[in-house]
Design a binder for this molecule. Structure first.
Ligand code: NAP
Length: 266
């Protein structure tokens, strides 16, 4: 069976890569695209894609659904819109595969309940790169033995949310193994506010934003006389596409929300 795929955010850096990935996959068909402003009737009209990329563009998800009946909506848009897209897709019984980051814990809880109640699968993956998922899992394992941890995430300077979804997810996984405790000296004082980074249960997260970067993260675990460094680098957006394909295929078999690729790669 061919999986009918719609993409939101197709003109973006991740979206363009996803369009080519779906178009080149014999098990999938790109049936439509969701946008929020007039950019043409089909993908080809945007001049960002070859002339034979004729998937129609819609400004309204309900109309997109009734005219093109997608099985899956891949969302690669912005933190501002992703919650509404995901909720609306679930209500229309389209399975969301979400790469956009920036959900609050409350939003994730609401979407988890909606997905479970409607039995419509949903995959939210803050990082589609398999290597990054392994880094997170290794960090979770190591935290049991080295619970003093700082995360440094580094991204391109167009990224809207900080800390990154990957850093938040890493901290969340680590917190399953690491007892909550403040790190550093008890009388530590910031001369410039923010110098010690964001505080997640006493663990620090630092966000670097610079042109030239794609998506990189280090997890530093310190112990007496030793330091363990776990590092992952995505050098280009191709690194995310095997995770996008895996998520599109997997979501077809699910009846609940899955948060994180680590739950489907093992
Ligand atoms: P980007 O280049 O800025 O692309 C976002 C695209 O979405 C833009 O073309 C934007 O159009 C469009 N857009 C904005 N609002 C929209 C809406 N309501 N409906 C449809 N399209 C809309 O960003 P990116 O680098 O591709 O990243 C996209 C998202 O994926 C970000 O949240 C990023 O953090 C995340 N990301 C996830 C992973 C992962 O592995 N999960 C990896 C990399 C990035 P305009 O530019 O015209 O506003």
């Amino acid at each position: 069976m061919t999986i009918r795929v719609a993409i939101a955010g197709a003109r973006g850096k991740m979206g363009k890569e996803a369009v080519h990935t779906v178009m080149n996959n014999p098990e999938m068909e790109l049936v439509s695209v969701l946008d929020y402003k007039e950019v043409g009737k089909t993908l080809a009209d945007t001049n960002l894609f070859p002339a034979d990329f004729t998937a129609p563009i819609f400004l309204d998800l309900k109309e997109l659904h009734s005219k093109t009946q997608p099985d899956v909506l891949v969302d690669l848009t912005t933190p501002e819109f992703v919650y509404d897209h995901t909720k609306h897709a679930l209500e229309l019984k389209i399975r969301p595969v979400v790469g956009t980051t920036g959900f609050s814990d409350e939003e994730l809880e609401e979407l988890t309940a909606l997905s479970r109640n409607s039995k419509i699968g949903c995959i939210i993956a803050p990082n589609f790169a398999v290597g990054a998922v392994l880094m997170m899992k290794f960090a979770e394992q190591a935290a049991k033995y080295l619970p003093d941890i700082e995360i440094i995430e580094m991204h391109h300077d167009q990224k809207l949310d900080a800390p990154s979804g990957t850093a938040m997810k890493t901290a969340h996984l680590i917190s399953q193994e690491r007892p909550i405790h403040e790190q550093g000296h008890v009388r530590e004082k910031e001369t410039i506010p923010g110098a010690r980074g964001a505080n997640y249960d006493g663990m620090r997260i630092h966000s670097v934003r610079l042109p030239g970067l794609v998506a990189h993260q280090q997890v530093l675990l310190g112990g007496d006389g030793q330091l363990l460094t776990l590092r992952h680098d995505s050098f280009n957006r191709g690194s995310f596409m095997s995770g996008v394909v895996l998520s599109i295929k997997t979501v077809m078999e699910k009846e609940e929300l899955i948060y994180g690729l680590e739950h489907i790669i093992v």
